[in-house]
Every structure is written in structure tokens, then in C-alpha cells.
Design a protein around this ligand. Structure first.
Ligand code: 4AD
Ligand code: MG
Length: 476
């Protein structure tokens, strides 16, 4: 264990002998080591007396090397930090060949860093993003714990397709060279998982519903998998999802919960992660400067986060949204026509962005979607054509949350499953919930990486998860 971290040392006022371990960011003039240990963006300056240090040792103080330093904490002469270390002993724990070390002290492109995902958290941007990811994850658990929810672990390997969208990775224990075959010679997947057809979960919702109907308020927070071959900056094949589920709560309550939750976790990082946010804020400002005036954002990153915590989300029904889109002027410059002619069509991400970024200019909760574009489990409205669904749209992100009030009426649910060809035998346990003590209940799913994107201002989802799984990235 380090006796100190760089973060605690930089705040230390007692001038004393200290020990610290970390990685060399730079070594200047054979004298100044900038040392980082991941506890903060900042480096601590460690001053080496080169006249008293062996030359062979000096040569091994290179960018990326792991070192252990003993020295005296003294007031710093330079600007920027209060203290520095006068080194009495430096030990090289692990050398780093400067000729081949990929992370040089210069600006690297995100593409390059994605190829070096195992080392990219040695840069300021990625260490800041991942510290924020960790803080947000803690804030999620804190919110639910403070509000009386139980954390439940839903299975990763499952027989059910919660979303009914068929975007599942199959789990197989079959002998790939000699698989069992059906009568017509195809691989017999019914024998996949020790005799059953199973897949990686696309959502923990259905299992979470069963726990909500006994424990009242529960949430899941775990990995989910979608075998969609989409190469966008907002989709991953493996992502983390947060799914609360609450008994006796209707759609309006679900919207209140989602809004309060989002505001709470964002407030948490505004309060606890100032240093990293300020750094990312500045990074974005620098990026904005080179853009043409018209494309620059009105708000800085921190202002955007504050805006979300301080303003009500706008609640709009699908039907109202379609009216707004129909009456909006086509965007000639972008060669995109915002007009949707047909009630019942799914919104494209361009429509969502228009509503959030151009029309309402704030987070939007869209609700009461047409039944035919949403999942089978959503509560049918009295009009017989819309369901109590809600999507939350965020500026710069688009859909960040998807949720609904669930269909609690056995007969209506069975009918819906029959129309969609979902066999009752597969979901007998789910139907049981509607047979024994059914009640109104609701929940939602938040894509954790989309939240991290929003909170860090990163624009590619591959840059907010340690090892992104996409059709191109599964190496690490
Ligand atoms: O809208 P989705 O598919 O909803 C569900 O899975 C529900 N069962 C949730 C529930 O009600 N408990 O997914 C929820 C959210 C989306 O709004 C999006 O933020 C995220 O999960 N998401 C993805 N994030 C990254 N990559 C993908 N491929 C994603 N697909 C969905
Ligand atoms: Mg959705």
C-alpha cells in the first residue's frame, strides 16, 4: 500500500518525510519527475538531485515507468501546487522503454487510444472519464439505497427474450465440431445450454418485476447484451443497464422517479467530481473553439449538467410530439425533413434530437407511444392503441431511458403475447405474477454508458466504457 496518494499529498500541510508510488508522466532536465498515481488528474512534482543520483538510474526514469519515491514534502517554488517532494531515494519498480511506450506526453487521437485501451487511462481525459464513471456508479447505488430500494442481481444467462426483439447472443455448451443435429440436418439449438436454448440477457426487467411484486422497490445494475450489428456512437453489444422496478406505481410515478433519479446522480458528480469535470469542460471548450460559430454549443459541459438538475423535464405525449414534428419546418441545410406523416411511425434519432435540442431545448419525457412500436409487456391504454411507455431524451444523447407501466391484466397480456407469437410456456412464471396478487407496477431502464457520455461530454460510447464490445472491438 502507498502511505499516501498524490491527491492526499497535494492537500497535506505537514511537511514531513513521505513515500509514494506511481507512474512517471514526464522527467524534465534530469531533475523534475511529474508523478501520477491515478488518484487525481494532477501530478506531484518530485525533484531529484541528479548530482547525487547514479547516472544509470537517471536513465531509467522514463515516461510510463513505475517508481517508488521517498523524500521530504516541501513548499513548492513553482506555480500551480503548494507542495512538492525533494527526493532522497527513487526506486524503479518497472521500466518503460521510451522507444516503444505508446502513451507519449502529447495529444493522442481517440482512435489511437481505443487501440491502446489497456493504457489509455494513463491519459488525463480517460482517467477523468473513468473516475467519473466510478462516481456515477456509486451515486446510482446511493440513490436507491437512500430511497429504500433493494439491489437485486438478475441472471446473465437466461431463456427469455425480455424485449421480444430477438437481438440475443446465444449461449452454447455444444461441441462445436460435433454439434447435435435436428432431423433436417441443422444444429439443434434446443440442446444448447445443457439441453436448453439460452442466451445472454438483453434486460433484467422481467426478473426484476418478480421481485418488485414481493419486495416492493427493487433495482438491477448489471451487464446486458444486444447482438445488434449497429455501428453508431451510441450503441454497444455489451452495456450496463440500471433498471428500477416498483410495485403499486403508475406511469406518472415512474416519470417522477426517473427525473428525480437522473437529477440526483448528476448532482452527485457536480458536487464530488469538480476537478475532473472542470478538466473535461476545458477540453470541450478547446474543441469548440475550432468549430464554426454556428455549430458551437451555447452551454459548457458543467452548465449543461446544472441545467438538467435545475429544470423540469418536459413531458409530452407521442401524439403531441408528432404534431410538433409535422408543423416544424424541414431542415433544408441538413437535407433532413423533420415531417412525419404517419401517426404510428417510430421516431428516428433525428426527430428526437429536433425535439430536445431545437424545439424544447431541455430533457424531454415522451409517453403514450403507439402499441405496435413498443414491447409486449407495456400497459395498454384505454384508447386500445397506445401503451403507457416513456422514453427520456437528453440533449446530445437522444434516448437515455426507456420504461413503462407494465401490463398487469392476465388476459390482456396473454392476448398480446399471442398476437406476437410469444409462447406462454416460455413465460409461464411471468404470467403467474398476473395470476397471483397482480397489481399496477412500473419501471425503467437507463443505459449507464449514455449517462456517462452525458456527464463527461464524450461523444463516442466506446470512450466511456473500459473495453467496448462492438462488431469491431472485442480484442481485449
Ligand atoms: O429501451 P430499452 O431497450 O429498454 C429495456 O431494455 C427495458 N427492459 C428497460 C426497462 O423498462 N426496465 O433499453 C433501455 C436503455 C435505453 O434507453 C438506452 O439508454 C440503453 O438502455 N441501451 C443501450 N445502450 C448502449 N448500447 C445499446 N445497444 C443499447 N440499447 C439500449
Ligand atoms: Mg428503448
Amino acid at each position: 500500500m502507498n502511505s499516501y496518494t498524490v491527491a492526499t499529498l497535494l492537500k497535506e500541510t505537514k511537511l514531513q518525510e513521505v513515500h509514494i508510488k506511481g507512474w512517471v508522466r514526464t522527467f524534465r532536465a534530469n531533475r523534475f519527475v511529474a508523478l501520477n498515481d491515478g488518484s487525481t488528474l494532477q501530478n506531484i512534482q518530485c525533484v531529484v538531485d541528479f548530482e547525487k543520483t547514479d547516472e544509470a538510474l537517471l536513465k531509467r526514469i522514463t515516461t510510463g515507468a513505475a517508481v517508488a519515491i521517498t523524500g521530504n514534502l516541501v513548499e513548492s517554488q513553482g506555480k500551480g501546487q503548494n507542495v512538492e517532494i525533494t527526493v532522497t531515494k527513487i526506486e524503479i519498480l518497472g521500466d518503460s522503454d521510451p522507444e516503444t511506450y505508446p502513451i507519449q506526453p502529447k495529444k493522442h487521437s481517440f482512435e489511437f487510444l481505443r487501440e491502446n485501451a489497456h493504457l489509455r487511462t494513463r491519459t488525463n481525459t480517460f482517467s477523468a472519464v473513468m473516475r467519473l464513471r466510478s462516481a456515477l456508479s456509486f451515486a446510482v447505488h446511493k440513490y436507491f439505497n437512500d430511497n429504500g430500494f433493494y439491489y437485486m442481481h438478475t441472471p446473465i444467462i437466461t431463456g427469455s427474450d425480455a424485449e421480444g426483439a430477438g437481438e440475443m447472443f446465444r449461449v452454447s455448451t455444444l461441441d462445436q465440431k460435433n454439434p447435435p443435429l435436428t432431423e433436417d440436418g441443422a444444429i439443434d439449438h434446443s440442446k444448447n445450454f445443457f439441453g436448453k436454448d439460452t442466451n445472454l440477457t438483453v434486460s433484467g426487467q422481467l426478473e426484476a418485476e418478480t421481485y418488485a411484486m414481493s419486495l416492493g422497490k427493487v433495482y438491477t445494475f448489471g451487464p446486458t447484451f444486444r447482438a445488434e450489428n449497429s455501428n453508431t456512437s451510441r450503441h454497444l453489444a455489451e452495456f450496463w443497464m440500471i433498471e428500477p422496478e416498483v410495485a403499486f406505481m403508475d406511469l406518472a410515478g415512474n416519470m417522477d422517479l426517473a427525473e428525480d433519479f437522473m437529477k440526483s446522480v448528476i448532482s452527485y458528480v457536480l458536487e464530488h467530481n469538480k476537478e475532473d469535470l472542470e478538466f473535461l469542460d476545458q477540453r470541450l471548450l478547446d474543441e469548440e473553439k475550432v468549430k464554426p460559430q454556428a455549430e458551437r454549443s451555447d452551454l459548457s459541459l458543467i452548465e449543461k449538467l446544472k441545467f438538467v438538475t435545475e429544470n423540469n423535464f418536459k413531458r409530452v405525449s407521442y401524439t403531441e410530439a408528432i404534431d410538433i414534428l409535422r408543423n416544424s419546418k424541414p431542415n433544408k441545410k441538413k437535407k433532413f425533413n423533420y415531417i412525419i406523416e404517419e401517426w404510428g411511425a417510430d421516431l428516428q434519432s433525428e426527430h428526437e434530437r429536433f425535439l430536445v435540442e431545437k424545439h424544447f431545448k431541455c430533457p424531454v419525457i415522451l409517453f403514450d407511444y403507439p402499441a405496435n412500436i413498443k414491447a409486449f409487456y407495456m400497459r395498454l391504454n384505454e384508447d386500445g392503441k397506445t401503451v403507457r411507455a416513456m422514453d427520456i431524451l437528453f440533449p446530445g444523447i437522444g434516448e437515455i431511458v426507456g420504461g413503462s407501466q407494465r401490463e398487469e391484466r392476465l388476459e390482456v397480456l396473454k392476448e398480446k403475447m399471442a398476437v406476437l407469437d410469444i409462447p406462454e410456456e416460455e413465460l409461464w412464471w411471468y404470467l403467474d405474477l398476473r395470476k397471483y396478487g397482480t397489481a399496477v407496477h412500473s419501471g425503467f431502464g437507463l443505459g449507464f454508458e449514455r449517462l456517462v457520455m452525458f456527464a463527461t461530454g464524450m461523444t463516442n460510447i466506446r470512450d466511456v466504457i473500459p473495453y467496448p464490445r462492438t462488431p469491431q472491438n472485442a480484442e481485449f
